[in-house]
Write a protein that binds this ligand. Structure first.
Ligand SMILES: [Zn+2]
Ligand SMILES: [Zn+2]
Length: 265
């Protein structure tokens, strides 16, 4: 039976009363610096967002890595060395350095139960510049899948919530087309070479996702890229599933050896 207007109004009032009580009990503060949020939308304040250490320019046109090589002299980009031919482009917003603002925002998204951080991340990601062919061709966003037990524990896949927020900016659909084929070992203590072996063949296109990726230029979405091993393994799975080509976008990027770092980190 449908609720009557009176019941609906009482319900709405009780909900707004509940929200007001929560606001009184928990005055809004920035999840990063704990400054009062005032009228700013949380969970992070505008000052913290302004302190995100963006990747500097010039960047490699393909992988988006700040050029620490002599690009004008035609030197090859070392970061591109990790990318197979079916990865068209990669872009990231910010440097990930332990204790830095970008790392704290990712931590809030992944471990502190703040999926709303994805909205701010996606706004930053939507401002990234791409080659014209990628903008023209990109057909859908595909989040990097999370290990099932971790998604159950967290209640969401952070890559998926970032992809949904970015899809709203780009007006593109989000397809969770990838699945994990097996449980990888923890990546944290592995060398880059070991990580690469660990994630190879760890992903596949789920049968429900196959029609969405076939022949398409898919854009993989993750919160952070460290060595590109996970992105490359996911891109390989998409191409195995008949995607035509893959681009990748992440909020954070780990510096490689020899990178210049932002003074703000
Ligand atoms: Zn703050
Ligand atoms: Zn490059």
């Amino acid at each position: 039976m449908n609720a009557t207007p009176v019941a609906t109004s009482l319900w709405a009032r009780s909900r707004s009363l509940g929200a007001a009580i929560v606001e009184l009990a928990l005055p809004g503060v920035c999840a990063i610096c704990t400054a009062p949020l005032g009228r700013q939308a949380g969970p992070a304040c505008l000052l913290c967002w302004s302190r995100v250490p963006r990747l500097s320019h010039p960047q490699c046109a393909r992988c988006g890595h700040p050029a620490s090589y002599n690009a004008e002299a035609g030197d090859p980009c070392r970061w591109c060395d990790a990318l197979p031919p079916f990865v068209r482009t990669v872009r990231s917003v910010a440097w990930m350095v332990t204790g830095g603002v970008a790392s704290q925002l990712v931590h809030a998204l992944k471990y502190d139960g703040w999926p709303q951080v994805a909205i701010g991340m996606a706004a930053e990601m939507a401002r990234l510049r791409w080659p014209a062919d990628v903008v023209r061709e990109r057909a859908c966003l595909v989040p990097v899948p999370l290990v099932a037990w971790r998604e159950r524990e967290r209640g969401y896949n952070q890559a998926h919530v970032v992809a949904q927020a970015l899809g709203a900016h780009w007006e593109l659909p989000v397809h969770a087309a990838l699945a994990r084929t097996r449980m990888p070992s923890s990546q944290t203590r592995l060398t880059p070479g070991e990580r690469s072996v660990n994630v190879t063949r760890a992903f596949t296109v789920a049968s429900a996702g196959a029609p969405h990726v076939q022949g398409a230029h898919c854009v993989l979405v993750d919160d952070v890229v460290t060595t590109a091993a996970t992105l490359v393994a996911c891109a390989a799975a998409l191409v195995d599933g008949a995607a035509r080509i893959v681009s990748c976008v992440t909020f954070g990027r780990a510096p490689a050896i020899g990178d210049r770092r932002s003074p703000l980190e």
